[in-house]
Design a protein around this ligand. Sequence first.
Ligand code: PAF
Length: 284
Amino acid sequence: MQEAARLARAENKIVGLVPTMGALHAGHMALVERARRECSQVVTSIFVNPTQFGPKEDLAKYPRTFEADSQKLAEAGVDAIFAPQPADVYPPGFRTYVNVEGLSDRLEGRSRPGHFRGVATVVLKLFEICQPTYAYFGRKDAQQVRIISQMVRDLNVDVEIVICPIVREHDGLALSSRNAYLSADERKAALVLSRALTAARDELGSGTRDALALQTTMQKVFAGEPRAALDYVEIVDADTFEPVTRIARPCYVLVAAFLGKTRLIDNLYIEPSPSNPDELQFHL
Ligand code: PAF
């Protein structure tokens, strides 16, 4: 892969990388399609990265659907699939990890200690191996994208990060490979995440700018769905990921909840409208 990447750079190809852990859904394919439009060569990596899973998490049962994934990628016109084995990425004696301080230990990082160290490490390795011009990530993993962007900036990594919108099912559920774990009942209950975010968006639309009021609204929506266990609802500055009290700058409304044993995340991105900074626009 590294030799192919070197050749592509020597030939001045614009290489797009879509890093994935497989179990590809329409959200991943939207990243691939965008890369296809913007790059002359598209590489998709498929690697279920062990270092980003906690000891009690779902590494062993994480869905692995390589044949179906390869077919989807071939149909989408991807030029190469990079699917290394864990021992290729972490050979015996491996000792170096990337830790993006401050951003990595709150929210998802607090619920999943060590998760972002694993993500940042593998993503830097994927960048080194595949040497992309652009790398495509979905906004559903908002904190992940923020941490990767910080890593790229801090370590002078020559890759441009492209952030793509969340893709949802017709009823609002954000696409995730982990949706495959949900029973029919949990699948219905999982709509509480997007319902809570929609309630927050509607309240913002009618003028509320107070973060606590929005949080309370969302907690009430969750209280009406006993099958879901709320992990957190937080409203944070989109740059620092620190909580805000008033919504004025770019912010995220972040939510994480358990449906049975399955943990799902979702978010609403808020930014001032480019044409009128006094107006906010919402990306659900
Ligand atoms: O978002 C994911 O699928 C993973 O965290 C990533 C970025 C491929 C790293 O393993």
